[in-house]
Design a protein around this ligand. Structure first.
Ligand code: OXD
Ligand code: MN
Length: 572
């Protein structure tokens, strides 16, 4: 491809922070880019960078009449998901990384990666992205600087974090920032590493341009590195959505929920109640990450550190998530979805298509083809402001006080629709043993059950045993702890069909959870079972539910035989 001149004039360094400047110079010396560009975060810059990305073919504009301000990006077929087998926690000892993380010795890792980074940015621009996770006013905000040679990463980071001058202002002359180095290098999976050095507050990622591997503020900083800090400092960094629920009487509750990747966190955070419960309002605070701290009032307070949504496209439609469909109408980036002939997006789960398409690899795709047109882990990146039901607390620097924590599995058997734990310790056990059938958000086999404690298996940045102990110890720090629930929208009947309709209907489960969690205590009934408190049919508001009552009964059932097997399997 012909080299195009950079349309932006590389400005002088916009900071006198010597820690930052020295580090950037060092990284530039190693990666040897043709130029260094400091991202300022302005609209003018975004426009110029977008033009640049369109000019070089990284982005394709979508039909401005149908999807204004939106762009399309393809991915290398070798680089479509997080690569957990190539993700490492590089603590001085293996024991600190624990049994669930891949570990490499830090000095050796730096040496191995230096050899890959050496000259990797030749002919390219090195972008320096100062960013904040959290709102700038929040005492809990974290500052990172990501160096990258991917303009796609810059344009996505602009949506997912607060970038540019705002971050440099907050940083001032301080040395306290996460040092993130990212290069797509040659995209060779054999030379791909996603490495975390918690002690150095450093992330080195090379060989992948995929969101979770490349947008370093997200999984790498806000979960793996943040969980390491959280353990030492007495708070929690979790893979959780956050929602605000307002009852018809105007009572507000905040709920946090951990669900494995691609198991409906985004849909839950944007839930639209069914007509029978239309007096309820659900508003989104976050769809992927929650940082939670104990407040002076003894409650658990949560913030969403992100500024946008990086969600799974397939399955998103008017029925599953009308809010997201509205959110995706403008100013989004779509990655590896399918394209219609008039340059709009399409993915499996949407109506139609009414024409043949271009699939995610850029090949013609015929209607009715068995191959998916959109890559199963194809994504949208949408600014928070696009969400028509964004909570007014979404950017509150103090966060919101949590009434209930949900741990979600993705289990076709055994686990009932909802279980309330007897107490905090039991709740932590339910979270620690939650399991999921694997999905397309990570590479590897699909459909196998894996235990995914708190949906954090891939994101605990230290020893998992210490993580469980930390969760248990959090109880002692709170005077008004949230209640903990296990939920499972995915149980199937003998005929292989889902027993519970899910999506908007989950409002009925949320209502029960809220009634159980209200300070007045137990506004809804429950039945005690050996595994926890489960609603009877009569405890749920099922007015107008379009599902056979027997199926709901089965979804709630605690089967002793299934649980005997389940408990044996917990030994794993
Ligand atoms: C995500 C994931 O991208 O969990 O949020 O994989
Ligand atoms: Mn996630």
């Amino acid at each position: 491809m012909e080299e195009r001149p950079l349309m932006l004039v590389a400005k002088d360094r916009p900071t006198t922070n010597t820690h930052l400047v020295t580090w950037v110079d060092e990284m530039a010396k190693m990666c040897k880019p043709d130029r260094v560009y400091w991202v300022d975060g302005t609209e003018a810059e975004a426009k110029a960078l977008t033009e640049e990305a369109v000019g070089s073919g990284v982005l394709t504009p979508l039909n401005p009449a149908k999807r204004p301000g939106s762009y399309y990006s393809r991915s290398d077929p070798n680089d479509v998901a997080r690569t957990e087998e190539l993700t490492f926690v590089c603590t001085p000892t293996k024991a600190e990384a624990g049994p669930t993380n891949n570990w490499m010795e830090p000095a050796e890792t730096y040496a191995t990666l230096r050899a890959i980074y050496d000259g990797a940015m030749r002919g390219r621009t090195m972008y320096v992205i100062p960013y904040i996770m959290g709102t700038p006013e929040s005492p809990f905000a974290m500052i990172g600087v990501e160096i990258t040679d991917s303009i796609y990463v810059v344009l996505n980071m602009r949506i997912m974090a607060r970038v540019g001058e705002v971050a440099l202002d907050l940083l001032g002359g301080s040395d306290k920032f996460n040092r993130g180095l990212h290069s797509v290098a040659d995209l060779d999976p054999a030379r791909r590493y996603i490495c975390h050095f918690p002690q150095d507050d450093t992330i080195w990622s090379v060989g992948s341009g995929y969101g979770g591997n490349a947008l370093l503020g997200k999984k790498c900083l806000s979960l793996r590195i943040a969980s390491y800090h959280a353990h030492r400092q007495g708070w929690l960094a979790e893979h959780m959505m956050l929602l605000e629920a307002v009852s018809p009487e105007g009572e507000t509750h905040f709920i946090a929920g951990a669900f494995p990747s691609a198991s409906g966190k985004t849909n839950l955070a944007m839930l639209v109640p069914p007509p029978e419960l239309a007096g309820w309002k659900i508003r989104t605070i976050g769809d992927d990450i929650a940082w939670m701290r104990v407040g002076d009032d003894g409650r658990l307070w949560a913030v969403n550190p992100e500024a946008g949504f990086f969600g799974v496209a397939p399955g998103t439609n008017q029925k599953t998530n009308p809010t997201a469909m509205k959110m995706l109408e403008h100013d989004c980036i779509f990655t590896k979805v399918a394209l219609t002939p008039d340059m709009d997006v399409w993915w499996e789960g949407m109506d139609g298509p009414s024409t043949d398409l271009t699939d995610w690899r850029g090949k013609p795709w015929r209607r009715g083809s068995k191959e998916p047109a959109a890559q199963p882990n194809s994504r949208f990146t949408a600014p928070m402001e696009n969400n028509p039901s964004l909570s007014r607390y979404a950017k509150d620097p103090r966060g919101v006080p949590i009434s209930a924590i949900l741990f979600g599995g993705r289990r076709t058997t055994t686990v009932p629709l909802v279980v309330e734990s007897f107490n905090w310790t039991h709740g932590v056990y339910l979270g620690a043993t939650a399991g999921a059938e694997t999905t397309a958000a990570i590479t590897g086999a699909i459909g196998r059950i894996r235990r995914d404690p708190m949906a954090m298996l891939a994101f605990i940045g230290y020893d998992a045993g210490a993580y469980f102990a930390h969760w248990l110890s959090m109880f002692g720090r709170m005077t008004r702890p949230p209640k903990i629930f296990l939920v499972n929208w995915f149980r199937k009947g003998d005929d292989g069909r889902y027993l519970w309709p899910g999506y908007g209907q989950n409002m009925r489960v949320l209502k029960w959870i809220i009634d159980r969690s209200s300070p007045a205590g137990g506004r809804a009934g429950a039945m005690e079972t050996p595994i926890g408190l489960v609603p009877r049919l009569s405890d749920l508001d099922l007015r107008g539910l379009d599902a056979p009552i027997e199926a709901v009964e089965r979804a709630l059932r605690v089967d002793p035989g299934e649980w005997e097997k389940e408990l044996e399997a917990h030994a794993d």
